[in-house]
Design a protein around this ligand. Structure first.
Ligand SMILES: Cc1ncc(C[n+]2csc(CCOP(=O)(O)OP(=O)(O)O)c2C)c(N)n1
Ligand SMILES: [Mg+2]
Length: 632
């Protein structure tokens, strides 16, 4: 057998750079290189291996968490067909990636994490940054990756590597199983050599299958759709990842069934598609939420049915409601006692459309409601886009300005704060992938790093990162990385001196905004003094961005116009009114309120909560008559 004598780290890089995926006849290199930061736990091992493999590019970032966000946003933008590896030293560099791992796994996005680890040989322990345990020498901080990884392994001997990397690729390229994959690499093992089989370094193509649905279940689903009176389809991220947008367009036009979009699925249809009711759930439009409330059949396609989509299980109030779940992931397909179509979204939608050929399901009355809801929502969006409030202007107006300034192919990107809800409702998405929200983990700090990943995934699309002051302060470091790599970001920093989102939530639970403003501590001991002065424009400039300040709406519009002419990361900083919020529509979110309290406003909020929570339904144990299938 031909072999190559390589270190574990050299063999790992040699293997990774030769992995490809193929779907629908298109082939992609799966890993485009490695992001990360070196330390003593990887510089001599993996660092050296990357140095001698310049065709597997190393990218230096400022924070290991950011590395994972960059990789995640890149993979999300590439519809999960390619990603990056992320490397770190041992200890804090490694644990910085844990939050990124959770973000990727929850969003079902492939990223490969390669943290350094403590010596396998153990004789020099405890090494710098080692977590010592009295119960076992087989514990390190990297064990913290186990619950947030879809596959986790520790390479304690060089000859374990071939088995581990093949498992890693199997999971990363599995549409149902994908997420963060962690291979912990003890510092000494990285540098140890072994005679690796030469075949390990040959090009390998992983074909991503398009799984069809079980034929009996599909026939039952078609029958249920044919006889439904108020059907509704919910489009989740899976519709985008499976590149099923054309299939969805065809299915919706043919059947007349309206579509509500989750955060992950927004952009599955253009905003002005006749069947697109827009955002659904807690941050949804009135039309989508009324349709959900009345629906007798919900077709959930490529969605995890999170609490934001189901309005904490209050969204579907029709006593007869039944579910059909199209999902590659069996766990999702079985939710709400639904009829599981364990299948690729595109194949399932095409097969359903074929089975329903010539069948328009929606009656005239439902069709006219859909048209009226759409019309009213466009008028409401126009109203919120032109409040002419302030200065400080309203966040809705700022979103309108960015939406108008961006081209149809451009991308808006966001993750946490009040922006995700406002964007979900208001952003007029024109192309698939034009709306990039990390709302599975809603991780403050994802935005700027994620913007860089999205821009790298498709440099022809301009990326507008909309970021609140809180998220900005959590992690703005990758502005410098965007300058280093020459990828231009358009940053729109919305400063409202604290947390509009959690501040609003605090008001609604009776806590009057406690602890949600960026204010100085007063003599009385509370955080309600003067605003903490933070100059966001100076921060952006200091990190290398071009920057403009805007306060009036016209200034924001001019700044956005001027942004387009620059080829380097450019920021506009605008103050927005924290209290002028985009309202909620026909929905509710379960945030339990203290059962007993000394504060009267909290007691009142609790009384309302007790009423509202009664609307929560137990779809998972629906009576047999409401279940569409007994499939196992
Ligand atoms: C890492 C992290 N910590 C805490 C939270 C909880 N959280 C959600 S939104 C938010 C405030 C965000 O502030 P900002 O970015 O200024 O947005 P705004 O609410 O003002 O729109 C907080 C603390 C979170 N989502 N992520
Ligand atoms: Mg804020």
């Amino acid at each position: 057998m031909a072999t190559r004598r390589l270190t574990t780290a050299q063999a790992l890089v040699g293997f990774l750079k030769n992995q490809y995926v193929e779907r629908d006849g298109r082939e992609h290199r799966f890993l485009e290189g490695a992001w990360g930061i070196f330390g003593h736990g990887n510089i001599a091992g993996l660092g050296q291996a990357l140095q001698q493999n310049p065709d597997f590019r190393y990218y230096l970032c400022r924070n290991e968490q950011a590395a994972v966000h960059i990789a995640t946003a890149f993979a999300k933008s590439r519809m999960r067909l390619s990603t990056f590896a992320c490397v770190s030293s041992i200890g804090p560099g490694a644990t910085n990636m844990v939050t990124g791992a959770a973000t990727a796994t929850i969003n079902r996005i492939p990223v490969l994490l390669l943290p350094g680890d403590i010596f396998a040989r153990r004789n020099v322990a405890p090494v710098l940054q080692q977590l010592e345990s009295e119960q076992s020498q087989d514990i390190s901080v990297n064990d913290a990756f186990r619950p947030v990884s879809r596959y986790w392994d520790r390479i304690n001997r060089p000859d374990q590597l071939p088995c581990a990397v093949v498992e890693a690729m199997r999971v990363l390229t599995s549409p149902a199983q994908t997420g963060a994959v962690t291979l912990a690499l003890p510092q000494d093992v990285q540098s140890e050599a072994w005679d690796y089989p030469a075949e390990m370094f040959e090009k390998r193509v992983w074909r991503i299958p398009r799984q069809p649905a079980d034929s009996i279940s599909l026939a039952r689903a078609a029958e249920a759709i044919r006889t439904a009176k108020r059907p509704l389809l919910i489009a989740g991220g899976g519709v985008l990842y499976s590149e099923a947008t054309a299939a969805l367009d065809h299915f919706a036009r043919q059947t007349g069934i309206p579509v509500g979009e989750t955060q992950g699925g927004k952009g599955s249809l253009p905003f002005d598609h006749p069947q697109n009711l827009g955002a659904i759930g807690v941050t949804g439009t009135p039309g989508a939420n009324i349709a959900a409330r009345e629906a007798d059949l919900v077709i959930a396609a490529g969605t995890r049915l999170s609490d934001f989509t189901t309005a904490s299980k209050t969204a579907f109030q029709n006593p007869e409601v039944r579910f059909i779940n199209i999902n590659v992931n069996e766990m999702d397909a079985f939710k709400h006692a639904g009829l599981p179509l364990v299948a690729d979204a595109r194949v399932a939608l095409e097969e359903l459309a074929a089975a329903l050929a010539g069948c328009r399901v929606t009656n005239d009355e439902y069709c006219s409601s859909i048209g009226a809801w759409k019309q009213r929502w466009e008028a409401e969006t126009d109203r919120l886009f032109s409040l002419h409030h302030g200065p400080p202007i309203s966040q809705g107006e700022a979103i309108g300005a960015v939406n108008r300034a961006s081209r149809p192919e451009d991308v808006v990107l966001c993750a946490a704060g009040s922006l995700p809800g406002d964007l979900h409702k208001l952003w007029r998405t024109r192309r698939p992938g034009g709306y990039h929200l990390e709302y599975g983990y809603s991780c403050m700090g994802y935005e700027i790093a994620g913007g860089l990943g999205a821009k790298m995934a498709d440099p022809s699309r301009d990326v507008y990162v909309m970021v609140g002051d809180g998220s900005f302060l959590m992690m703005a470091s990758e502005i410098a990385t965007s300058i280093q790599e020459g990828y231009k970001l358009n940053l729109v920093v919305l400063d409202n001196h604290g947390f509009s989102s959690i501040g609003g939530l605090s008001q609604s639970i009776g806590s009057k905004g406690f602890g949600t403003d960026y204010r100085q501590r007063t003599g009385g001991g509370s955080l309600d003094g003067e605003l903490v002065p933070v100059d966001f424009a100076a921060l952006c400039a200091a990190l290398g961005a071009r920057v403009v300040r805007a306060s009036k709406r016209e200034e924001l519009e001019q700044a956005l116009e001027a942004m387009r002419g620059h080829d380097r990361t450019t920021a506009v900083v605008v103050e927005v009114d924290k209290e002028t919020r985009v309202p909620g529509y026909e929905s509710w979110w379960d945030v339990p309120i203290s059962e007993v309290s000394e504060i009267e406003s909290i007691r009142q909020a609790r009384a309302q909560y007790e009423q509202a929570v009664k609307k929560e339904r137990r779809h998972e144990v629906a009576p047999a008559a409401r279940q569409l299938t007994e499939a196992r």
